[in-house]
Write a protein that binds this ligand. Structure first.
Ligand code: GDP
Length: 324
């Protein structure tokens, strides 16, 4: 069965790609092994796409901008895949419709492929599945893969470790709260994009841009030598979209020139090994029957200050280790 998918994917069949993605996203153990076999077969066909991560809080204008950006890329002759990561939300099932409705014009394009966030649960969680779906899109010949992540929170680091270029979207008034913008986010950002720079917001957006520019100037260049850029866009007026693409191309020229891309991606794979291990070890621990039996007791002891947290943890780990 995997044979059929792999041939279909390489030939560019959207149906085969969608089916393979469902296999990757499945929480069934048998599907896991089958999907890993398929991915292994696909591996030689991966690595040729630009992997771009886009993050921002709800309402910042992610879907509107991704749609404009995606359409622009298609005009340039590119094939574009959009994958969403949303580990915090429960939007599964209905989300396929949701995401297509969010980007209706892009969804109609032959050269676009939009896939919503998978629901969690399987080995390595949602981010692992997204990463593997990304590899499938690469094998299917998509030139640009956009990984969209919702919110400003835990998913950024996971997403920034699966993409080459990380874009952070901020509202025009974000400049006022520059202190409040999580430092961690700024550290992973390669491009900071001030959205909705139109009408009454143009001035505010420009102000925010210069504030971020000076804030970023104080930060060290990234290990890949890239200095983050700040841009303003208006998706509704289709302004700044070409500049955004130019900045992406500059980023790639820069990392390619330093032969950094391959190493960066290899390092990411290694990091992923550890993330999956961390995730799975935690899951195994908290699903262990003996641990579950003992946990409330130790929680109570710690809560009542009758036991130190470190001692309780040591006892629980003992319970865990002796249960095999
Ligand atoms: P998301 O939640 O980050 O995906 O945000 P959306 O793309 O759904 O946009 C949220 C709201 O902002 C919608 O009402 C959009 O119409 C509006 N919006 C998005 N982009 C722009 C823009 O460039 N300019 C203006 N004025 N409004 C925008």
């Amino acid at each position: 069965m995997t044979e059929d998918y792999s041939e279909g994917i390489i030939k560019g069949s959207r149906r085969a790609l969608a089916k393979a993605m469902s296999l990757v996203e499945s929480s069934r153990e048998s599907d896991f092994y089958q999907s890993q076999q398929l991915l292994l077969k696909m591996l030689p066909h991966t690595g040729n796409s630009l992997r771009i991560g886009i993050t921002g809080s709800p309402g910042v204008g992610k879907s509107t901008l991704i749609e404009e950006f995606g359409l622009h890329l298609i005009e340039q002759g590119k094939r574009v895949a959009v994958l969403a990561v949303d580990p915090s939300s429960r939007r599964s099932g209905g989300s396929i419709l949701g995401d297509k409705v969010r980007m209706p014009r892009l969804a109609r394009e032959q050269n676009a492929f939009i896939r919503p966030s998978p629901s969690g649960g399987a080995l390595g969680g949602v981010a692992r599945k997204t990463r593997e779906c990304m590899l499938l899109c690469e094998a299917a010949g998509f030139d640009v893969i956009i990984v969209e992540t919702v919110g400003v929170g835990q998913s950024e680091t996971e997403v920034s470790s699966m993409v080459d270029l990380f874009m952070v979207l901020l509202l025009p008034n974000a400049g006022d709260e520059i202190q409040g913008i999580k430092r961690g986010i700024m550290e992973v950002a390669d491009l900071v994009v001030i959205t909705k720079s139109d009408g009454e917001y143009v001035l505010k957006a420009e102000e925010a841009r210069s504030r971020f520019k000076s804030a970023l100037r104080l930060m060290l260049a990234k290990p890949n030598g890239w200095r983050p850029k700040v841009l303003t866009t208006s998706a509704v007026e289709a302004k700044g979209i070409n500049d955004l693409w130019t900045a992406c191309r500059e980023f790639y020229e820069n990392v390619e020139r330093r032969s950094f891309l391959k190493d960066m991606r290899r390092g990411q794979s290694k990091e992923w090994l550890h993330q999956i291990l961390n995730h799975e070890l935690l899951r195994t621990f908290y699903h262990n029957e003996n641990v579950l039996k003992k946990l409330p007791e130790f929680e109570k002891l710690v809560f009542e200050q009758e036991m130190l947290p470190a001692s309780a943890a040591a006892e629980l780990l003992k319970v865990f280790k002796t249960s095999f």
